[in-house]
Design a protein around this ligand. Sequence first.
Ligand code: ADP
Length: 481
Amino acid sequence: MNFLIDLATLNSVSATFYTILLTLLFIFWQRNRDIEAIIWWCGFPFFRLINSLISSDSVDYDFQMIVYLGNMSVVVSDTFLLIGCLKFTNSRVPWNTIAVYLLFFIITCGYQYYDNAGLANRARAMVVFDIIPITASIYALSLLQNKRYMIEKFFSIFWSAFQIGIFVFWILIDFQFEDPKYFVIVPISLFFIYLSHIFITFGLIILTIAKRRSMLVDEIEHQQELEETLESALETARKANDEKSLFLANMSHELRTPLNAIIGFSESLKLGLYGPLNDKQKEYIENIYGGGELLLKLITDLLNLSNIEEGKVEVKPEEVNLNMVFSKTLPLLREITGKNNDRLIINNELEGRGESAAVFIDQIRTKQILINFVSNAVKYSVPESEIKIDVCEYDDAYFRISVSDKGMGISEDQYDNIFEPFNRAGNDNSKIEGVGVGLSIAKTLIEAMGGQIGFDSEVNVGSTFWINVPKPMQRQLPMDI
Ligand code: ADP
C-alpha cells in the first residue's frame, strides 16, 4: 500500500466533505443571522478545506512552505471553532491572547522552516498548538447549562475530545509517521480525524437548531405569560368596571329620591301654592329649582351610562315611519331650543313620504339621541343663535338626521375621544354644565340599532352632529318570476 497516495485520496475526499459542511453551515448562518457564533464556525470547515487542498497538492512535500501554510490553516480553523463556541456561550472572546497565540505559532513555523525541521517536528508543533483551541472549545461548550440542549452539547464535546485522543495517539508513537510500522495506522488515524470534523460540524449545526428551538420555546412561554398577565389585568379591570357601574347605579338612585323632593317642593313654592313669595324668595327658589333640575339631568345621564355598561338597556328596533318619529320629537326639541331663544330651522326632505320613509329603529332611543344633539347645540352656542335639523336620504341603507349649530365648535385635537365617556373635549373647567357622557351614550345606542354616528366641526364656526338611521332590510325577491 502506498502511504502517500492514500493520503492524497483522503485529502481529496475530505475536501469535498468540508465544502459540503461549509455550505451547510453558511446556509444556517443565512437563516439564523442573530446567532453570531455560526459565521465563526464557518471558519472551521473553511480553513480545514484549505488545508485539505494544500495537503493534496503537497504530498510529495517538495515545497515545504505550502506544508507550513497547511498546518497554519489547521490551527486557524480550530481558533475559529473556539471563537464560535465562546460567542455561542456568550463568553468573552480574549482577542489579544488569541492574537499572541497565533503569532507564536507563525514564529514557530518560521523557525522550523529555516531549521528544516522535518515531518515529526512539524507535526509535534502543530499538535501542541492545536490542542489549545480544541480544549478551550470543549471548556466553552461545557459552560452551556441550558438543559434543553444537553445531548447536542455532549455530542459536540465528545467529537472534539475524540480529535484530541488521536493527537494523544500521535504523541504516543512519537510522531514516527515514516516508520513502516505505522504506515497503515497513520492514514487510518487521519481518517478518524476527518470523521471527527464531520461530526463536530454536525454537532455545531444541531446545537444551533437546539438553540433556535429553545429561543422559540422561550418566546412562546413569554407570550403565554404575557397573555396570562393581560387576561388577569382584563379581569381586574372588568371587575372594577362592574363595581363602578354598580356604585353609580346605587348612588344615582339614592340621589334621585331627595332630589325629586327638592325639585317638587321648590316648584310648589315657585308656583305660589303655599302663599305669595317676595322677590328675593322668588329669586332663590328659582335657583334651587334650576340647580335641582340640572343635577337630576346629570344624575340621569350617569345612570343611563351605567345601565348601558351593565347591559341593562335594551334596544328594541321596530319598523316605523321616520317622519312620524321626528314629528313626535320636534315639540321637545323646540322646547329645548326655546330656553335659549335659539332659532330652530327644520329641513326635512322626507316630509310627505309614507312607506318610503320607513326606518328600523328604537323610537325612544332615537329621540334620546336627538335630544342630546340639540341640547349640546344649545349649550355650546351663544343664546339666540341658529340651530338647524336636516333629515334626508343618505344612501340605500340609511337616512341621515343632522343637527347643526353655529357655536364654539370642537378643536381637532379633541376629535378622537369625543365619543369616549366622561370626555368633555376641553370643556372640563368651563361653566357649561355637563359630565361628558351624552355622546358616548348616543354612540352606544345608535350602534346597537345598526346605525352610525359622526360629526363635523370647526372652532368658532360651528358643529354638525349626525346619525345614520337604518332602513328596514330589503327583502330579496327573485329576479325572474
Ligand atoms: P356633555 O355635554 O355633558 O359634556 P357630551 O357627551 O354630550 O357631554 O359631549 C361631550 C363633549 O363634546 C362636550 O363636553 C363638548 O365639549 C363637546 N360637544 C358636544 N356637542 C358639541 C357642540 N354642538 N358644539 C361644541 N362642542 C360640543
